[in-house]
Write a protein that binds this ligand. Structure first.
Ligand SMILES: Cc1cc2nc3c(=O)[nH]c(=O)nc-3n(C[C@H](O)[C@H](O)[C@H](O)COP(=O)(O)OP(=O)(O)OC[C@H]3O[C@@H](n4cnc5c(N)ncnc54)[C@H](O)[C@@H]3O)c2cc1C
Length: 517
């Protein structure tokens, strides 16, 4: 789904060094990055980009150089891409091709992993469901890598695919692993809201607004950005608000009853001549036309949407969790981006951490005998076997309720009162869900899948709200209306673990090469 850019200090067109990329990443992370992980992304990113280039991913070129564009927060043009808005699909296709060339890799599709199996403190496999047949599947493995992506489906408006409810975090917690920085969810201020937009990235508007000076308007068609602007205004006047300020401004306009019909703001390019629009948007104008959108005649509606999660599974520099043999990578891990992520860093971290977690997992597996334990897998197998049709609230409706709670009370702007109310409701919903899975039985059992999704989503939602309540300051993506300042004495990470049914929090000093932060 990622259609835009990947950050790496290639220095193809503008001299660059990974240390500059690291400096920008650490600045964005507002003191909470694990510098070892951030440095790994920045130092190894260029190698992974060139590796993908050799595999013919098709990075856009300017002459014989890989083209690199400027993105917010980077000190120079550093972001590569595949034209036009094709980065994600091109990367996925390229990686799939390489995967298919590796005969040693056995692929199993249509599987939802329900739990990781841990025996004698070591991960030794997983239990899942084969979705089409409904069969319970056990997998024995000497190492396990969690690569399940983020959690933005917890929110009403999000850029996620339907399977991004944060499964990996719940799997990790139940396996005994720790999570870190879970309170930091990145909201993208101008996600697409209306009209319908099919087959296009919902965050695609940003570079065009940036380039062309698209105007944010309220329901009275008044430009409102200036009223919320701080000293961060650009001298050319094209981009008045930073992302967090734009999120705040749109949220406040909607709260004041000046939102657009779908509940956001208008984004208008109508003041820009047709020829200029066509030059800037290129073939995207035609894809918009296919969606019935003519930017010369109409504004679109945009709103803040949950887009990325900085927190995640806590790992050491070899991408291993505190559970032996259990590794994690990609958006599923926390640490590299601290309290906020720079654009383009998410794909770079997916490439770098994916490769390194794979290597570490292979090293750990080498020489090990099989440690599979049917006994350790039994509780999950029995849980799935116990699934049966029972009356209860509509589970899909419950997911929608959960998303509303998260959006309204654990969204971009939080308060003690809202967070406590959210946690109380989430705990109530957890009790109501019960411990016996509901099912309709048979293949494609959406009732069972919804029950398992909701179980994980409730746990993960609590894992976001709990540290958000504890962090009585505002930092990066965590903004507290009742504690609006960044406080130096809060420069530490919050580490979560599951003890019985209780989520515990401990504080940890972020790793820095300069010693304690
Ligand atoms: C619309 C959009 C645009 C973006 N644009 C950019 C961009 O321009 N640049 C950038 O750097 N980043 C961008 N990002 C972020 C970036 O795409 C993600 O951070 C990155 O793809 C994460 O990769 P991943 O491999 O960790 O996880 P994912 O790509 O999310 O893959 C996780 C996989 O795990 C599977 N899974 C989850 N749970 C289970 C389970 N229980 N059992 C089995 N499988 C499971 C999912 O089906 C999925 O296939 C964008 C994200 C979105 C949503």
């Amino acid at each position: 789904m990622a259609q835009m850019t990947v950050a790496a200090a290639l220095g193809e067109q503008t001299p660059d060094h990974w240390s500059h990329h690291l400096a920008d990443t650490m600045t964005a992370g507002r003191g909470l990055c694990d510098e070892r992980l951030s440095a790994m992304v920045c130092e190894e990113g260029p190698f992974r980009i060139r590796e993908l280039d050799a595999w013919k991913v098709g990075w856009a070129r300017d002459g014989d150089k890989i083209a690199q564009v400027q993105a917010p927060g980077h000190d120079r043009p550093r972001c590569v891409y595949v034209d036009v808005l094709a980065t994600g699909p091109a990367v996925s296709r390229t990686l799939r091709t390489q995967l298919n060339l590796a005969q040693e890799i056995r692929r199993i599709g249509d599987l939802v992993i329900v739990d990781i199996v841990v025996s004698d403190g070591r991960a030794c496999g997983a239990v899942g469901i084969h979705v089409p047949s409904g069969e319970i599947v056990t997998i024995a493995s000497k190492s396990v890598v969690i690569a399940t992506g983020g959690l933005t489906r917890l929110y009403r408006r999000n850029s996620a695919s339907s399977n991004m409810g944060g499964d990996g975090y719940a799997l990790a917690l139940r396996a005994g692993a720790e999570l870190v920085d879970m309170e930091f969810v990145q909201f993208f201020p101008i996600g697409h809201l209306a009209p319908r937009l099919v087959g296009m990235d919902p965050i695609m508007w940003d570079p065009f607004r940036y380039k062309l000076g698209g105007q944010l308007l309220n329901s009275n068609f008044e430009a409102f950005e200036d009223g919320y602007a701080s000293t961060d205004a650009r001298s050319d006047g094209t981009y008045v608000l930073t992302r967090d300020q734009a999120t705040y401004a749109i949220t406040k306009e909607v709260e004041a009853g000046r939102g657009s019909p779908a509940g956001g703001a208008y984004l208008s390019f109508q003041h820009i001549p047709d020829s200029e629009l066509r030059r800037a948007f290129g073939p995207i104008i035609d894809r918009l036309a296919a969606n019935g959108i003519d930017l010369t005649r109409q504004p679109v509606e945009v709103a803040p949407i949950a887009h990325y999660h900085m927190g995640g599974v806590r790992v050491s520099p070899n991408l291993e969790t505190n559970v032996a043999g259990l590794f994690a990578c990609g958006e599923a891990i926390g640490g590299a981006n601290g309290a906020n992520r720079l654009s383009g860093n998410a794909l770079t971290e997916a490439f770098v951490f994916g490769a390194n977690a794979g290597k570490s997992a292979a090293r750990a597996a080498k020489g090990l005998g099989h440690a599979w334990s049917g006994k350790a897998a039994n509780p999950t197998v029995e849980l799935l076997r116990s699934a049966r049709p029972v009356d209860g609230p509509n589970l899909a409706r419950e997911v929608v309720d959960l998303q509303a709670i998260m959006a309204d009370k654990v969204g971009p702007f939080r308060t003690d009162e809202k967070l406590r109310a959210a946690l109380a409701r989430l705990e109530q919903m957890t009790i109501e869900l019960g411990v016996v899975p509901r099912a309709s039985k048979g293949g494609f059992d959406t009732v069972l899948l919804d029950w398992l999704d909701l179980r994980n989503m409730l746990m993960v939602a609590r894992s976001v709200a709990t540290p958000a309540l504890a962090r009585t300051e505002s930092r990066g993506a965590h903004q507290r209306e009742d504690y609006p300042s960044l406080l130096d004495h809060w420069t530490f990470n919050q580490v979560l673990a599951l003890k019985g049914d209780t989520l515990t929090i401990e504080r940890a000093v972020p790793f820095s090469s300069r010693g304690a932060a």
